[in-house]
Design a protein around this ligand. Structure first.
Ligand code: C5P
Length: 305
């Protein structure tokens, strides 16, 4: 019998705005965030196997755990459990999104693994089922399923699609060193304690208007990240790519999620390339990426032998 194969692509994200309230009893922080999916992708190739196993390739692949702590392994187990399947799967993760970079690469793997296992095993789970499993895996996983531009509330997992016009151009300064999301939130607590203000949707009205109008200049001015100060506290050298992007005329620049990737909004595709070159020339990034957003969420790109 020929080998079956399912290939799924899932995007990384940038938080255009990330507003963080005071820590709750469950250890999580209430958020209001605006996600945009960008054309930096993870690919997950799923093939039949006796057990659920994962391997990783691509930049920084050696940093990815391949044991049962891997989110893609956990995703496969959840699909098997939910659908009553006892098949195995080999999930090959082809990394494109920086590892522990604040762009939700692990979450993209998990979203892609959900879609890939569903397709490989023919389990026919609904979009709602997949969303529920995604939310159980991590705060950013539901958005990697949905893609495009969306407002996230709760832990970031309660999503409302946002209207956005046009295409935005980004340059990313990527670091080899990662930052732990939990550590950045803990640093945020040290800075704010119980006094962090509860975010409201009103705070992002200018940003939503900029998206609606497709106005990159206004979007650049509205970029916002409450975790940026905490990320800078843990990794002060991040001030350098922020300054370089500003000097090179970025419309806005922000730490992506919990960092350490720095995201710079460009005027055009050419300007994004120029911003990336400025990061490289100044020696403030281990790797640079350019991308456009918004793009689609996790989807099957190959299903066959
Ligand atoms: O949900 P996820 O496992 O991706 O979150 C990783 C860590 O980030 C959590 O353990 C928690 O410390 C922190 N977090 C948080 N509040 C959120 C989302 C994540 O404190 N809304």
């Amino acid at each position: 019998m020929p080998e079956r194969l399912v290939r799924v692509r899932a995007p990384g994200k940038v938080n255009l705005s990330l507003r963080v309230g005071p820590v709750q009893d469950d250890g999580y922080h209430p958020l209001i965030t605006v996600f945009q999916a960008v054309s930096v992708h993870e690919e997950v190739v799923a093939r039949p196997a006796d057990e659920i196993v994962v391997t990783a390739s691509g930049p920084q692949a050696e940093l990815v755990p391949t044991d049962s702590s891997n989110l893609a392994v956990r995703a496969a187990r959840l699909v098997a459990e939910r659908a009553g399947v006892d098949d195995g799967v080999h999930l090959e993760l082809v990394k494109g999104v920086p590892v522990a970079g604040g762009m939700a690469g692990g979450s993209a793997d998990a979203a892609a693994a959900l879609v890939a296992c569903d397709a490989l095993w023919g389990t026919g789970l609904s979009r709602d089922d997949l969303h529920e499993l995604a939310a159980a895996l991590g705060s950013d996983v539901p958005f990697a399923l949905l893609g495009h531009t969306a407002v996230g509330q709760g832990r970031g997992h309660l999503l409302t699609p946002a209207l956005a016009r046009g295409e935005f151009h980004w340059a990313f300064a990527v670091q080899d060193r990662g930052l732990s999301t939990a550590a950045v939130y803990a640093a945020y607590d040290d800075l704010h304690g119980d006094t962090a203000p509860h975010p409201t949707e009103r705070d992002d009205v200018p940003l939503m208007q900029a998206l609606l109008a497709g106005d990159a200049v206004a979007l650049g001015k509205a970029l916002h990240n409450d975790l940026q100060t905490a990320a800078l506290e843990l990794d002060p050298a991040l001030a350098e790519p922020l300054a370089v992007a500003q000097d090179a005329g970025a419309l806005g620049v922000v730490v992506s999620g919990s960092g350490p990737t720095v995201a710079a909004l460009a005027r055009s595709r050419q300007h994004a390339t120029a911003l990336a070159a400025a990061f490289t020339a100044a020696g403030v990034a281990d790797r640079v990426l350019t991308a456009t957003g918004p793009v689609a969420g996790a989807r099957v790109v190959q299903h066959g032998d």
